[in-house]
Write a protein that binds this ligand. Structure first.
Ligand SMILES: Nc1nc2c(ncn2[C@@H]2O[C@H](COP(=O)(O)OP(=O)(O)OP(=O)(O)O)[C@@H](O)[C@H]2O)c(=O)[nH]1
Ligand SMILES: [Mg+2]
Ligand SMILES: [Zn+2]
Length: 358
């Protein structure tokens, strides 16, 4: 396929003209493993490494090439490794905050148009986790679509109830249920992948991300998958790196390994987007610096009491807001808070001891 069909649109052409490349080839990063990349111009794929200069100039790992990036490559189709000189400015970054004391981001993929968040309807179904993924995608400014997999594991009534429940919790999201096994809804899911669009599939290990791609690839589909653990339906991390795959119709899809945990998310904006009904309620609250917990007369709490706002949705909102507040603190503040907490626990234990309890 041509570079244009491979996603090289005006945004990138403005930054680099392939016809006047001065020995550089613009190519898309299709896979990254341990610092080595695979790059493709749509016609052929070659291995490439980043230059020391690129790494030296990088402010953080976010500036390293990642899957979906357009890179300027020297010696693109030479026998040995090509070298990635620089990365073109991205249209979007799908990233998550990783757990830890300092704020670090992990880049999942670049230049993604739509992110499919996959969640199983079988064992492991978890609305809170789904909401976290949704916040992350909204935060990245990428269109989210929720795919509920393994619909074959539910009865018709259960399926209807669960899908309705998801709709209530995330009223703005597009939601589709399907099964890789009995293939119900599979065609509708396939229709969401348009030629030339770049997509990413994210979600816990074992939810069926790679199986979906194999189904969409049809006979050529031979991507590696593993059965889930029987006792709890947990996935075994069959996909181990991110890879850009081209479907027959020309849609480009990044398959990702299931994330072990989503870590602390960079929430603020994502929360506003995901919980915009609550944000609106909060704006009408008469208390100017209300945290919307336990204050009589609070507009948000009133909505919960009147049943306008689902309690579970409210609880999740408050939990994420607390997390966001914690994440916004500086490292010093966190350390300080940790110290206070450990002092508190020590004195608590002490007081228990005095009472002879321990
Ligand atoms: N019953 C049922 N099983 C499915 C469905 N989709 C996938 N599976 C099975 O679930 C297992 C895990 O599927 P994968 O496609 O490897 O899951 P994944 O999301 O790619 O997992 P990671 O690569 O580890 O992140 C495989 O044994 C699939 O056959 C489905 O719709 N219904
Ligand atoms: Mg997989
Ligand atoms: Zn309030």
């Amino acid at each position: 396929m041509t570079r244009e069909e491979f996603g090289f649109g005006p945004w990138f052409r403005e930054q680099f003209d392939p016809e006047h490349g001065d020995g550089l080839t613009v190519a898309r990063v299709t896979a990254v493993h341990k610092g080595e990349c695979e790059v493709s111009d749509g016609e052929s794929t070659h291995p490439a490494k980043t230059t020391g200069r690129l790494r030296h100039r990088a402010k953080s790992k976010l500036d390293y090439p990642t899957v979906g990036d357009w890179a300027l490559v020297k010696n693109f189709d030479h026998e040995d490794f090509g070298t990635i000189q620089s990365v073109l400015k991205r249209k979007s970054e799908l990233k998550r905050k990783t757990a830890g004391r300092t704020t670090r981001y992990q880049l999942i993929a670049a230049n993604i148009d739509t992110a499919f968040i996959m969640q199983t309807l079988g064992p492991g179904y978890n609305l809170q986790r789904l909401e976290r993924y949704l916040v992350m995608v909204n935060e990245s400014g990428i269109e989210p679509i929720v795919l509920l997999s393994n619909s074959d594991l539910l009865s018709v009534t259960e399926l209807e109830e669960t899908v309705a429940e998801v709709h209530v919790r995330m009223p703005k999201a597009r939601i589709l249920a399907f099964s890789n096994t009995d293939r119900k809804g599979l065609e509708k899911v396939g229709d969401l992948f348009a030629p030339g669009g770049t997509y990413c599939i994210i979600g816990s290990s074992g939810v069926g991300k790679t199986t979906l791609l194999n189904n969409l690839l049809g006979e050529e589909g031979d991507l590696f998958t593993l059965p889930v653990r029987e006792k709890d339906g947990k996935g075994l991390h069959s996909t181990t790196w991110r890879e850009l795959i081209t479907l027959d119709n020309g849609a480009l899809v990044v398959d990702t390994p299931g994330m072990r945990e989503l870590g602390n998310l960079d929430v603020n904006e994502g929360i506003d987007e995901t919980f915009d009904d609550i944000t609106t309620l909060a704006a009408s609250c008469k208390f100017s610096d209300c945290s919307h917990v336990g204050t009589a007369g609070c507009a948000v709490l009133e909505a919960v009491e009147q049943g306008v706002l689902a309690t579970a949705r409210y609880n999740n909102y408050i939990r994420l807001m607390k997390e966001a507040a914690f994440n916004d603190q500086s490292v010093l503040e966190k350390r300080d808070q940790d110290k206070k907490l450990s002092r508190f626990y020590r004195s608590e234990q002490g007081s228990h001891r005095k009472k002879g309890g321990y």
